[in-house]
Design a protein around this ligand. Structure first.
Ligand code: DGJ
Length: 731
């Protein structure tokens, strides 16, 4: 690892684990990109830039005598707008005179050990400065005194590079950022596919892969949350790249609000990838002396396929994004009352479910929506974070203590960013929600969004949540967010700052999350946004796990969890066994399959345990006991995808510990097929030099045999919705 600067050739060579990223300063101080990919010992410009006079690619003023020099044909690091590059810029700035052209040149750079936190924003971090090295390059638009500081961090242990950008107005006048993306990378070819995760509520993070074509392909959110619809992640795999082979470049935005991720293939078949806060309906006024920090992007390179890319993201996020007491701690098996009771519960019912959970070995009871204000349905009370004594006459303290006496921890649901029109909070502060004067306020799930760009709103909500957390022995919080942002305006911001509202909302939210989570360091926080609507690295920085989807159907979950695993660690995925027929898709699957799918994440139950038959109780008891045995492997092991639910009827994946002495293999078959081919699984990821015993049998196989020849799927799997697991240990 290391960052080298060659002052003769003005070239920076960033060496992460096995990856090289090379950029340099060209004449007149333009910053260009040379290479990103597999590690190179010494970079000597074998792939030197070629200069050709291309028609209609103009020449910036100082280079006007050289028709071969055009920003339009150069691979750049942080392209600007208005002076001969006609592709999409990385940023755009508007001056007081209304003009929007800008001209950035290199001024200086600094290389230092470690990584600096981004003020007010989530980001990856280091524990020891030796773990990483950072390059900061200062660029300047000298006409207006705008400094732009590009930051690159490489990690010793990861094939990952993080990038972020800071704008500082050192000029004499205000400027307005119309766009301030966090990253731009120019590849000198377009031989890629475009891979992204699209979805909807109850159908999150489905993988879509298509050839990259000329023009722009992009995904974005304009919803005020990172969203169910598009995740802030894209990858460019080479055409033939598969799970365990081939090159892939991944980009993940550490942010939870509006984003843009795009790949533009230009006229010469170069590819420009840009990612950052969505410029749509965004601007940011920078008064003299002010600065703006654009969030971080985590770029991962792999020459060994999508699986290796995912494992880099998993490990980096698990160890150097997620923080707090639970980062390295096994996560409790929970039971949540939402699908068991919805809003219709009382203290007695809750205690019955908790008791049943305790008898089955479950470790945490979570009281979901409906415990506060007068919330008997979703039409009221958000914002009134005071216990409903009609439902819980003895209060939360007594309920939580009773649950704890059953040897279960107690957890509680909140939706802090929201306000119901029918709430005391709204009656007192009708201007505390996002709104635009004179326009009606669009409701979604009968609720409005609090204006977290306002300090006073953030302070009051923080207080209300903290008061509840301090009032009872609460060990877990589920932080929900059940609608997207509309009428995005704030009553405290002046007209020329209204387009800052959505980003200010995010900054306010991050501050609230930081304050609450740091005030209760022993509480486990799980985020949720109508399921997985904000499953992003920004939120993971504050809350180590996320409710993956409101869809708890085992079959639907195969795709959702498989897609999520492309980027996000298994330990971050909440996965629950729920009742059948399933409440979202009305499908009935076996308790075994539901258990195997949920055990492939953070296991929980979300059904009325008191209604289980004795036989079902026995199965659950067994699942809980098994999961306790293997959860370290599942939650902190390495994850290998073996068969994709997006490609057929079968899904398979495995978990192995670092030294590959223990392996859990999961196989799922959705529908029974007539005259089906004999199925087997090749166990990529295990050690070909070890001997493994299949636990519960006398069968011993070499790792080489299991990887190369594979393991036959038992014929006894009859009918639809089948699953099978193997537990292997080295002998
Ligand atoms: C949406 C969540 O995803 C559900 O799990 C549940 O908490 C409901 N909200 C409660 O309103």
């Amino acid at each position: 690892m290391g960052i080298q600067y060659n002052s003769e050739t003005k070239t920076f060579h960033l060496k992460a684990k096995d990856t090289s990223y090379v950029l340099g300063i060209l004449r007149e101080g333009y910053l260009v990109h040379y290479y990103w990919g597999k590690g190179i010992g010494e970079y000597r410009h074998s792939n030197f830039l070629q200069f050709v006079d291309r028609g209609f690619s103009g020449n910036p003023y100082q280079q006007r005598d050289d028709r071969t020099f055009s920003l339009d044909t150069l691979p750049q690091e942080y392209p600007q707008y208005g002076n001969s590059d006609f592709r999409k810029p990385a940023y755009q700035v508007q001056l007081e005179n209304g003009s929007t052209v800008s001209d950035l040149r290199y001024v200086s750079h600094a290389i230092f050990q470690g990584k600096t936190p981004l003020e007010g924003l989530p980001a990856t971090y280091v524990e020891e400065v030796e773990e990483a090295e950072t390059l900061e390059i200062t660029m300047e638009d000298s006409l207006i005194g705008l400094k732009v500081i590009l930051s690159y961090t490489i990690f010793e242990q990861f094939n990952a590079i993080t990038r972020s950008v800071r704008f500082v107005n050192e000029g004499l006048h205000s400027v307005k950022l119309l766009s301030a993306l966090s990253l731009s990378v120019d590849f000198r070819d377009a031989d890629f596919d475009f891979l992204h995760l699209h979805g909807a509520h109850v159908k999150e993070r489905h993988i879509e892969r298509k050839p990259l074509r000329h023009g722009i392909q992009s995904v974005e959110s304009t919803r005020g949350g990172s969203s169910h619809q598009h995740n802030p992640f894209i990858a460019l795999p080479r055409k033939g790249t598969a799970e365990e082979s081939g090159e892939v470049y991944g980009f993940n935005f550490v942010y939870s609000g509006n984003f843009l991720a795009q790949a533009e293939v230009d006229q010469f078949s170069n590819t420009r990838v840009t990612m950052g806060i969505n410029p749509f309906d965004f601007s940011w006024k920078l008064d003299v002396g002010e600065s703006f920090q654009a969030p971080e992007v985590v770029m991962v390179y792999s020459s060994e396929g999508l699986g290796d890319m995912s494992r880099t993201y998993h490990e980096l996020y698990r160890t150097r994004l997620v923080r707090g007491a639970y980062r390295d701690r096994e996560r409790p098996i929970l039971v949540n009352n939402w699908e068991a009771t919805y809003f219709n519960f009382n203290e007695e019912k809750i205690l019955e479910i908790a008791k049943a959970g305790s008898e089955l070995g479950i470790e945490l009871f979570v009281l979901d929506d409906g415990w506060f204000g007068k919330r008997d349905d979703d039409r009221s009370s958000l914002g009134d974070w005071f216990v409903d004594h009609k439902k819980l006459p003895n209060g939360l303290g007594s309920l939580a203590s009773n649950v704890k006496e059953m040897e279960l921890e107690f957890g509680l649901w909140f939706e802090p960013e929201m306000i119901s029109v029918d709430s005391d909070l709204y009656r007192e502060h009708p201007d505390w929600c996002l709104h635009v004067p004179g326009r009606s306020r669009s409701e979604s799930r009968n609720q409005l969004v609090l204006d977290f760009s306002r300090e006073d709103v953030c302070v009051e909500i923080t207080k209300r949540v903290c008061d509840i957390l301090a009032s009872a022995p609460i060990s877990y919080v589920k932080w929900d967010m059940n609608r997207h942002l509309t009428e995005i305006g704030s009553s405290l911001l002046p007209a020329d700052r209204q387009r800052e509202t959505a980003h200010r909302y995010m900054l306010g939210l991050y501050k609230v999350m930081e304050n609450i989570t740091s005030s209760f360091p022993d509480v486990l926080f799980e985020s949720c946004s109508g399921g997985g609507g904000r499953f992003d690295p920004g939120i993971l920085y504050y809350m180590p796990q996320t409710w993956t989807s409101d869809n708890t159907d085992a079959v639907s979950r195969l795709k959702i969890q498989y897609g999520t695993s492309l980027v996000y660690p298994i330990v971050s995925m909440g996965a629950h066994v729920s009742a059948v027929p399933n409440h979202q898709v009305h499908r009935s699957t076996s308790m075994e399959m539901r258990g195997d799918v949920a055990m492939s994440g953070n296991l929980g139950y979300e059904l009325d345990l008191t209604k289980l038959s004795n036989e079902e109780k026995e199965i659950v008891k067994q699942q809980v006991a098994n999961y306790k045995e293997i959860r370290r492997l599942i939650q902190f092991g390495d994850f290998y995808r073996l068969k994709s639910p997006f490609e057929g009827n079968e899904t398979a994946w495995l978990f192995t510990n670092k030294d590959k002495t223990e392996v859990m293999v999961y196989y799922f078959r959705v529908l029974a097929e007539p005259a089906a081919p004999f199925a087997f699984l090749k166990l990529n990821g295990i050690d070909v030099n070890k001997q493994y015993q299949v636990i519960g049998t006398n069968n011993v196989y070499g790792g080489d045999e299991l990887v190369y020849a594979g393991l036959s799927i038992p014929l006894e799997l009859h009918g639809d919705f089948q699953s099978h697991t193997w537990h292997l240990k080295e002998i």
